[in-house]
Design a protein around this ligand. Structure first.
Ligand SMILES: Cc1ncc(COP(=O)(O)O)c(C=O)c1O
Length: 397
């Protein structure tokens, strides 16, 4: 089993080690949940204060122009474009993943009559629920898939990195089959953006959505992003045709005329406070070699699995290519995770029986991982997780 010395040696050689200082984490906490809610970058906290105290408090409504609020969805989108290998003008930050998925799936079904809506039966629930809604509304059939085959004549929603197994799919290979089968893939990049060096253009991917609050560290409820290749965006009208997606919102005309390209996917007024935090958080990635992120996350995950391999917990099978988290299975997983959290090691629990440990490569060290594994060992050997308080379920797990 790997020891503390191994961890320190790996940390000393880590090309990303300087980034931990950019994040504000509480003393004594080992935060293994950046795959669910990213830790706050210091610059995001500063920007929130500045946006609230200067731009809102002093600038008031003038800040829409003076502080450039009105273009923030586009500016933040351009920063995300670099992280997912899309054209700068093909990404916009708006709404949630759920809402963006609805807009995109409904728009693609509308332009492609007869196509089926398809989603993996093990896909993140919101992706399945939203497609159910689009199917009900449009009458398109909804197929739940249980294998990796690309369906014919379909709009398929797929996570690039899975929220439980963390498996990362081969985007280029799937797109190449999809093209031959008249299948539009909407990629859910929630667990990939900010972790995997996604290359949408290189892979021929045209549609994607993703979270702003996970590895992008935009803060709780940060707005999501949507990416639509330029040539595609011009051909589709999304159903939530709100004024912020209008070509000229301040003309106040009665009729809807969509804005150019992906900007038409805006709907209502952008949430400037959270958008400012996300915009600042994205600057952490400036100039960073994105390949280092996935490599380190994978190494952290392997190190963790090595540290816990003698414990009575079953890891989910390791996929060929794994993202930023690992899951351990136990019938008592919820209580064990609560006991860990009480000791300052924060992960999460995914029903029915998975303890999920996320390894955000920008601020987690190998020493953190080693200490977390030791804490898990102690929680199990002392059986402290059996205490009644750890069995009480909160609304959020
Ligand atoms: C893969 C995936 N998609 C979508 C979501 C939810 O997105 P939103 O809350 O922005 O609708 C999550 C949340 O954890 C997720 O893991």
């Amino acid at each position: 089993m790997k020891g503390l010395d191994d961890a320190r040696r790996l940390d000393a050689a880590d090309p990303l080690r300087r980034f931990a200082a950019d994040f504000a984490l509480p003393e004594g906490v080992i935060y293994l949940d950046g795959n669910s809610l990213g830790a706050p970058p210091r610059r995001a906290l500063d920007r929130l204060a500045q946006t609230a105290n200067e731009e809102w408090r002093n600038g008031l409504i003038r800040s829409w122009n003076a502080a450039g609020w009105i273009d923030l969805p586009k500016r933040a989108g351009a920063k995300i474009a670099r992280l997912i290998g899309a054209d700068e003008d093909s990404v916009v930050v708006c709404d949630s993943v759920s809402v963006n998925l609805f807009k995109l799936a409904a728009a693609l079904i509308a332009r492609n009559p007869g196509a089926a809506l398809c989603v993996d039966a093990a896909e993140f629930p919101t992706d399945q629920h939203v497609l159910e809604g689009v199917a009900r509304m449009t009458g398109a059939p909804l197929l739940r898939l249980d294998d990796d085959d690309i369906p014919d004549h379909a709009v398929l929603v797929r996570s690039l990195a899975h929220y439980k197994s963390a498996e990362i799919l081969d985007m280029a290979a799937m797109e190449s089959v999809a093209r031959k089968k008249r299948c539009d893939i909407i990629w859910d990049l929630s667990h990939a953006a900010g972790l995997v060096a996604v290359d949408m253009k290189g892979a021929g991917a045209r549609f994607a959505v993703g979270c702003g609050y996970k590895f992008l560290n935009g803060g709780p409820g940060a707005p999501a992003f949507i990416s639509v290749a330029r040539e595609e965006a011009e051909q589709i009208i999304q159903p939530i045709s709100g004024w912020m997606g209008h070509a000229a919102p301040f003309d106040f005309s009665s009729d809807y005329a969509p804005a150019d390209g992906v900007q038409r996917f805006n709907a209502g007024t952008p949430p400037i406070l959270s958008l400012s935090a996300l915009d600042a958080a994205l600057d952490v990635f400036d100039g960073l070699d994105l390949n280092l992120l996935e490599t380190k996350a994978r190494a952290l995950g392997e190190f963790f699995l090595d540290c816990v391999d003698d414990l009575p917990l079953t890891p989910l099978p390791t996929p060929t290519r794994r993202g930023g988290h690992v899951c351990l299975r136990s019938d008592d997983g919820y209580a064990i995770m609560q006991a860990l959290i009480a000791r300052g090691v924060i992960g999460d629990f995914r029903a029915p029986d998975l303890m999920r440990f996320g390894f955000a490569p920008l601020y987690i060290s190998f020493e953190n991982v080693r200490r977390a594994a030791e804490t898990l060992r102690e929680v199990l050997s002392t059986q402290e997780w059996r205490r009644a308080e750890f069995g009480k379920r909160g609304k959020v797990t």
